[in-house]
Design a binder for this molecule. Structure first.
Ligand code: 3DU
Length: 211
């Protein structure tokens, strides 16, 4: 079973990364690694991965700025995570059109995993998601209630879910509540044996899904 997306927010040894690439369902790259490694460094890291490279820049801007940003990265990855709260017209709509043209996928953030996030404005986010029709959604493993709601509202969307391990949710929690993939960072890249940890997590995920 391959339901882990590695959130690589810190560099890992190249040899380990090469071995990891065949074990995970994808890799998520965000600001921490981009700022640390620069684009050339990111290119080198990504040589090990041939698909499902997700750029998590949590884009939240006007259309032309987000199109400029994704233009710099579109040859390096497959997907972009975008905040839904910025709204549709003159922002997400135009970015979506651009990414569609470029054959790139968009994930919209439906809710976040940290305590300070407020789901009172989910009804608004839900409308933006409906208008956008993105490839997938990001929904938190740490708050099962909203994850289940997102799954119920958008059963056909691919849901990727952070919050496992370091943020408190247990391995398999998100899968059991409707997510398609679990995004895991620190619990993997900070472990002494990242590959062993991935294999162990996959076993737990499988057991929990079969419970
Ligand atoms: O907590 P971890 O180290 O497993 O990493 C989780 C990753 O997912 C990290 O890159 C973070 O920026 C991202 N993320 C969240 O943690 C919470 C969200 O709501 C969305 C993304």
């Amino acid at each position: 079973m391959n339901k882990i997306i590695l959130a690589l927010d810190e560099p890992l040894d190249y040899k380990i990364l090469k071995d990891i690439s065949s074990q995970v369902a994808g890799i998520k790259i965000g600001w921490p690694l981009i700022l640390e490694q620069g684009l050339e460094g990111i290119k080198n890291i990504l040589k090990n991965f041939d698909n499902n490279i997700i750029f998590d820049l949590k884009l939240a801007d006007i259309d032309s700025t987000m199109i400029k940003i994704t233009t710099h990265l579109k040859n390096l990855g497959d997907s972009f995570i975008v905040h839904a709260f910025v709204g549709y017209n003159e922002s997400i709509r135009e970015l979506k059109e651009f990414l569609d043209k470029e054959n790139k996928k968009m994930y919209l953030v439906s809710s976040m995993s940290h305590k300070g996030w407020n789901d009172n404005f989910y009804p608004y986010i839900k409308e933006v998601i409906k208008m956008t029709n993105p490839y997938g959604l990001v929904a938190p493993a740490t708050r099962p209630k909203i994850l289940k709601t997102v799954k119920k509202d958008f059963p056909e969307k691919i849901i990727i879910s952070p919050g496992i391990g370091a943020q408190g949710a247990k391995i398999g929690d998100a899968l059991c509540n409707g997510a398609n993939y679990e995004i895991i960072g620190r619990s993997i890249y900070n472990s002494k044996d990242p590959i062993g940890t991935i294999l162990e997590f996959q076993k737990i995920q499988e057991e929990r899904l079969n419970e």
